[in-house]
Design a protein around this ligand. Sequence first.
Ligand code: NAD
Ligand code: DAU
Length: 332
Amino acid sequence: MAQLLVTGGAGFIGSNFVHYAHQHTDHYITVLDKLTYAGNRESLAGLPEDRVSFVHGDVADAELVDKLVAGADSVVHYAAETHNDNSLDDPEPFLRTNLIGTFTLLEAVRKYGVRYHHISTDEVYGDLELDDPGRFTEASPYNPSSPYSSTKAGSDLLVRAWMRSYGVAATISNCSNNYGPYQHVEKFIPRQITNVLRGARPKLYGEGLNVRDWIHADDHSSAVLMILENGRIGETYLIGANGEKDNRTVVELILTIMGQPADAYDHVPDRTGHDLRYAIDATKLRDELGWRPRYPDFEQGLAATIEWYRDNESWWAPAKDATEAFYARLGQ
Ligand code: NAD
Ligand code: DAU
């Protein structure tokens, strides 16, 4: 049984990955998570103690990280500050966790010769024009826009340097926008679903023409596991499922599925420096590793996600008021 250390495993994608890896491997999984506002132990409820353990701590705590990495066969690093609007409001935690946290893990995997997989985002490549026929590939130049995406870009570059300079056995994946269960209500899709569930109107930044390339969190997890097991050391893989949709279309779909008029939403002031469009070309992942998404139908996945939020109000309700108070302060 391999020992897998998963950082940020109480967050949205990390917890989905822990459930997925528990189901699809026999690894013993240790979750390291600081339980910031974005972490929730309830997202790991139901997982057996003989397969999954939880350590409450910071990825930037070198002593703790050294101890945990010493006992691991592989590390998958999800922990991060992840929300663009927060990074515009207060960038400091993003530098600490995303840069110093990654540096701390890299030093430990270097010391113990442990396999490392780095979770990153398509936002490191900046944005595409709405009418650009192109999509991001592994060869796209780094051009991040926000404090969040610049710290993720910096963390990717640290990994590349540690691979080349110290021979760290690592892979990197850059994924597009995820949706699914356990996503914090600050993010676009859960915010709108929970607004409707509470009788409030969805909030669309600007005209809502910005495009995101949606992928179900389980499809992200299957790709990460495949890269961890069969990816070539030193390589970067882009993960995406051809799910491009503009924000207005997504809000209208949510309203329609939830039995509301499709135009029952508000326009609010746009995000500063708002990236126009992300789109992923995942040819390398598909051709080299044979990966295929299992949830290619966005509308079906969205309907299931809406059901999950309907059924799990006790999971999201404690965070809703504080999140909306934050947006109210921004006028969004
Ligand atoms: P999230 O905000 O839902 O969860 C982040 C988790 O990290 C939380 O559990 C939090 O408690 C933990 N954490 C934060 N700082 C920490 C620290 N210093 N030490 C230990 N734990 C800490 O994030 P998410 O949306 O699940 O994103 C996870 C990863 O995936 C991030 O690296 C993000 O950049 C990347 N990613 C996200 C998306 C997306 O659509 N959400 C897409 C591509 C890549
Ligand atoms: O592309 C991957 C990235 O996707 C990840 O790296 C980030 O961690 C993750 O947060 C996400 O970034 P975005 O900024 O794209 O996600 P967010 O959910 O914040 O917003 C999605 C789109 O919806 C974006 O164009 C802004 C818009 N939006 C967002 C909110 C919260 C709205 O129109 N209204 C809203 O209320």
